[in-house]
Structures are given as structure tokens and as C-alpha cells.
Design a protein. Structure first.
Length: 213
């Protein structure tokens, strides 16, 4: 059987109407096809499989672009990392969960690939412990390409203080290019301070999370 061809006369459009005589599908003179607003396409097999309702929208507003790329690295509970008081210190990890392999658990940093390029949201936290109770100025800072780009003062005492545990948090949005690196640094003042991995109360107390938007 030969193909069934429907063709409008020159300069006119081919219009398929619904039961109420409203145009459901319009094929223009140049072949451009227009579906009625809120049209619903459905089908079976490998053709059109229940696409649902088509509505107008702008990418980035009503339409969500979810890349599915993410990572989380953290220190194990009851693990400690020593640091020098008053010195920004590179935080190390011993666990990682990620959608791909851009975060190196051997080098404790995120290195972007070409597929990682774009906007990323980062959330970091560093749990500090100072047994002497003289903790001051704890902070968690995000380093982008070895530059200190996001962080800040979290807790500062101007007099004698009594603090042994504190968790500093920082979040931020960064534009990432292929080859860029992200690291976590911690800072605190006190006698023999430690970066604390966590315990049964402060579970995974030191971590870094990145999600591509």
C-alpha cells in the first residue's frame, strides 16, 4: 500500500481540528508543525510513550535541568585530624559517595572534568574539638583553584571562653570549568585543636557536598 499523503494547497496550512473545531495540529506551508497549547501526546511501543502534557516554559524557570552529578566526602566517626592553632588547614577525608569519579578520595579534592563544567552548589562543614575548652574562631572555608573564596568568622570570643565542640558550616555557588579544583580548609584557635570526624551525636560531622545545578 502506498503512503497516504495529505497536502494543503500552496500558501495554505494543513489543520487538524478537534471535536470542538479548534486546531489541534497545524502544519504550515514550510512544514513547520504547531501543536495546540496544553496538547497531550500519548502512544505505545518505541514511538511516543506517554509524554504527558506539553506546556510552554523557559529553561531555568518552569523547566528544570537536572544534571545528576554530585559528590559527598566525609571523615569517619571517631576519627581526628590534627591542625595548628590559628592556621587554615587542608581537610582530609576517608569516605566518598559520588555519581561519577571527579572527587579523589586519595587526594581529598574535587577536580572537574569537561562534563562537570557549569554552576555548582557546595555545602561544607568542619567539626572542631579542643579538650582544653579554649576554642575560638572556628571556620570552614571553600578553596577554588587553591584560592580562599567562601568562608567567614563563625564564633569569636573577646574574653575567656569555655567551648570544646563546635561545627562550622559554609555554603556557596560557584562557576566551575574543566580542570578546576575544590578543597575544604578548616581554621580554629585553641590548645591542641582537632578536626573531629563525628560520633553517635555528631554523625559525619566533617564533610563536603557538591551538586551540579
Amino acid at each position: 500500500m502506498a503512503n497516504l499523503i495529505l497536502k494543503a494547497s500552496s500558501g495554505n496550512s494543513l489543520v487538524v481540528q478537534g471535536g470542538d473545531a479548534s486546531p489541534a495540529i497545524t502544519v504550515g506551508n514550510t512544514g513547520t508543525t504547531t501543536f495546540a497549547e496544553n496538547a497531550t501526546l500519548s502512544g505505545t511501543g518505541n514511538s511516543i510513550a506517554s509524554l504527558g502534557t506539553i506546556t510552554s516554559g523557559t529553561l531555568g524557570s518552569t523547566v528544570i535541568n537536572n544534571s545528576g552529578r554530585y559528590f559527598k566526602a566525609w571523615r569517619s566517626n571517631d576519627s581526628n585530624q590534627s591542625l595548628t592553632t590559628g592556621t587554615l588547614t587542608f581537610v582530609t577525608f576517608d569516605n566518598v559517595l559520588q555519581s561519577h569519579s571527579s572527587f579523589s578520595d586519595a587526594n581529598d579534592l574535587f577536580t572537574a572534568t569537561a562534563d562537570d563544567a557549569g554552576k555548582w552548589f557546595f555545602a561544607v562543614q568542619v567539626s572542631f574539638y579542643v579538650n582544653a575548652g579554649d576554642m575560638n574562631n572556628p571556620a570552614a572555608n571553600i578553596y577554588h583553584n587553591d584560592a580562599n573564596v567562601i568562608g567567614g568568622y563563625k564564633l569569636i570570643f573577646s574574653t575567656t571562653q569555655t567551648v570544646r565542640h563546635f561545627t562550622a558550616n559554609t555554603t556557596g555557588l560557584l562557576t566551575i570549568a574543566s580542570g578546576d579544583t575544590i578543597k575544604l580548609y578548616g581554621h580554629v584557635n585553641g590548645t591542641s585543636p582537632l578536626i573531629f570526624g563525628g560520633d553517635t551525636v555528631s554523625v559525619k560531622g566533617t564533610s563536603i557536598v557538591g551538586v551540579k545545578l
